[in-house]
Unconditional design. Structure first.
Ligand code: AMP
Length: 397
């Protein structure tokens, strides 16, 4: 079985064609600058990279080009579109409308339009991607796989905000979380690696990348997560502030003459480690700047690690103990100094990091970086969100 995974953004689109027998991507790539001049497709297959520069006025043009490339005699990997059994689409927000992976039909797409406002930067793009695929591949089975689904198991006292309950009921304002496919994937891989049944494990999964979130996973189910109604909440991120007293925003808006929309844009795009350091949103730049003596880069890194540490502590309490901590995504997989700082001084809780293993080169495999004596295992697991989307789509078929 072959599943095409589509992750559509407003002006970009990433894809992978996954062979479900081997669970490997036989081709992957992306389109850039959709709807703006300078469109481009980058396609990787047969160990080679192919680039096509072509204007892509719409998502339909982008999908058409992707399919053309997939069946191309040289760069392609399939003889015809019939070899694609189904398409799995990544969708950021499900609201309360969808609790699990859902097969696309007209009624589902009406519901998708209704909840689009929950993730105005992301969901409308996913809708464009789905509609484009339906146009270019009529009749093909398609699934919507939501980033939020894995967090649907959070109990009410964990996912609700302490606002008027009637407002929650009416407007569905609550914690939804994000990065669910990644948390789900690494939690499953951790159970496999530890040789234990997921149902008996208490895990904290740290997806630390440009956007970061931390989840508490008990018995294979998410019981809490750091992101909230939107991906702005939780730990500080590349450019996002993370948790902040909302009254401070009102104050800042007044002082800086910003509207609420401008205030939110400020919190999403100008804050986080970028805002604190004044250097960069990229952790590689921050570490280089800190090593060169930049104290604000040091401060940004310290704030990030301290915030992650507090979530780890809180989730240990919520889980009633801990079997393993998992680090994943760009920072989680590649930045040993962050892993060290997040877990520093937690020996009293049975967490003992092995410095040598932590600083060993990342070879892309699952790595155990705790000491043999550590009661809590610490793992680095490369994430694979596309594979989760493909698995969910295949399971639905
Ligand atoms: P992501 O959003 O998961 O792609 O993560 C991006 C973040 O990971 C950036 O802050 C990068 O600086 C950081 N990072 C650190 N080392 C690497 C690496 N070797 N490859 C990719 N990202 C890295």
């Amino acid at each position: 079985m072959k599943i095409l995974v589509i992750n559509a953004g407003s002006s970009s689109l990433k894809y992978q064609l996954i062979n479900m027998e081997t669970e490997e991507a036989i081709a992957k790539g992306g389109c850039e600058r959709i709807g703006i001049p300078g469109g481009k497709l980058t396609h990787k297959a047969h160990g080679k990279t192919y680039e096509i520069e072509q204007e892509l006025p719409s998502h339909t043009d982008a999908i058409s080009l992707v399919l053309k490339e997939l069946v191309d005699p040289e760069a392609g990997v399939i003889a015809s579109m019939d070899e694609i059994d189904a398409v799995g689409h990544r969708v950021v927000a499900s609201g309360e409308a969808f609790k699990q992976t859902t097969l696309v039909d007209d009624a589902v797409m009406v519901l998708m339009d209704e909840i689009a406002e929950l993730a105005p930067l992301h969901n409308p793009a996913a809708i464009l991607g789905v509609n484009a695929c339906r146009e270019v591949m009529p009749g093909k089975k398609m699934a919507l796989v939501f980033d939020t689904s894995f967090h649907a198991t959070m109990p009410d006292y964990a996912h609700l905000y302490a606002i008027d309950y009637e407002d929650y009921k009416k407007y569905k304002v609550r914690r939804y979380g994000a990065h669910g496919t990644s948390h789900k994937y690494v939690a499953g891989e951790a159970a496999k690696y530890l040789g234990r049944d997921a149902s008996e494990l208490r895990l904290i999964t740290c997806h630390l990348g440009n956007g970061s979130s931390i989840s508490a996973v008990k018995g294979g189910k998410c019981i809490d997560t750091s992101m909230g109604f939107t991906p702005l909440a939780g730990v500080p991120m590349g450019t996002r502030s993370g948790d902040i007293d909302v009254a401070a925003i009102d104050f800042l808006c007044h002082k800086k003459g910003m509207t609420m929309d401008e205030g939110l844009s400020y919190l999403n795009k100008k804050c986080g480690v970028f805002g604190v350091s004044g250097v960069s949103s990229d952790f590689r730049d921050l570490i280089a700047a800190k090593e060169a003596g930049n104290d604000r880069a040091r401060l940004a890194l310290d704030m990030f690690s301290y915030s992650c540490k507090k979530y780890v502590g809180a989730y240990m309490a919520a889980l009633g103990g801990l079997d393993a901590i998992v680090f994943t995504a760009g920072i989680g997989e590649n930045t040993p100094t962050v892993r060290r700082d997040v877990l520093a001084g937690m020996e009293a809780f049975g967490i003992e990091l092995d410095d040598e293993k932590n600083f060993a080169k990342n070879d892309g495999s699952i790595r155990e970086i705790s000491k043999a004596s550590s009661r809590v295992k610490v793992l680095v697991i490369p994430t694979n969100e596309e594979l989760v989307i493909a698995r969910e789509t295949a399971a639905l078929l």
